[in-house]
Design a protein around this ligand. Structure first.
Ligand code: MD3
Ligand code: FE
Length: 217
């Protein structure tokens, strides 16, 4: 990883930025965990490989995905849902690595939420050019539960609007180690990711990884 002038300074809680009602950008919150998170992502992907899920229209997404936790997000001709087993292997999704669960809980707390115990973690992998169109996350049961998102590897421009598809969308540049907590009204906001620019991240290489933690059931 690139050495910065301020790497010896502790994470500064003032780097918490409010993006929208209930949405907090914790700049660099996971920066010190990149090596451990990289290792854990590799361990999850060794058990449950990255695969391109299909959109409702049946087209493969440019992002490849895997999951860990009690349930994982699956998409096929029956639609989107959370399921306990990986359709690719038939086996239960790998357990959530403790470093994942601990990070998600600490981030939710830093954004003002109470105990956060996610039962699902989606791991999205973006090769250069991969993107995610504007959508809402509405497959979970309890919208009072926040979603925690951790960005790793290549930077990306994240887009989020409002509760209506046509609402004006803001752009946020997310870098490796940034964490965003989406709660309150922002939990139902439309969001997406612009095509990832080519580059080489010192630890993650030619890709962006995003972890999203949810309470699905
Ligand atoms: C805002 N992933 O997997 S994470 C997804 O970077 C997803 O891979 C993106 O959207 C990614 O569904 C964005 C940030 C995120 C996640 C959930 C949200 C933002 C959100 C839910 C509500 C509002
Ligand atoms: Fe989403």
């Amino acid at each position: 990883m690139q050495r910065g002038l301020f790497d010896d300074l502790p994470y500064d809680a003032t780097a918490r930025r409010r993006l929208a009602p209930g949405a907090f950008w914790l700049v660099g919150f996971a920066r010190g965990l990149e090596a451990e998170l990289h290792h854990a992502v590799a361990a999850v992907a060794a058990m449950a490989p990255f695969r391109a899920m299909a959109t409702p229209g049946g087209r493969p997404m440019s992002v490849t995905t895997t999951c860990c936790g009690a349930v994982g997000w699956v998409s096929d001709r029956h639609g989107y849902r959370y399921a306990p087993c990986d359709p690719t292997t038939g086996a239960p999704w790998p357990p959530m690595p403790p470093v994942f669960a601990d990070l998600a809980a600490r981030a939710a707390a830093a954004a003002g939420h109470g105990a956060f115990a996610p039962d699902a973690c989606l791991v999205n992998r973006y090769a250069p050019g991969a993107r995610m169109g504007l959508h809402q996350d509405v497959d979970e049961r309890d919208f009072a539960q926040p979603i925690v998102s951790v960005s790793l590897g290549l930077p990306a421009v994240f887009r989020f609007g409002g509760v209506q598809r046509g609402d004006a969308a803001r752009r946020v540049p997310l870098a490796s180690g940034d964490v965003v907590v989406w709660g309150g009204p922002s939990r139902r906001f439309f969001h997406g990711v612009l095509p990832v620019a080519d580059g080489l991240h010192p630890r993650f290489g030619r890709c962006r990884i995003n972890l999203t933690f949810r309470v699905a059931r």
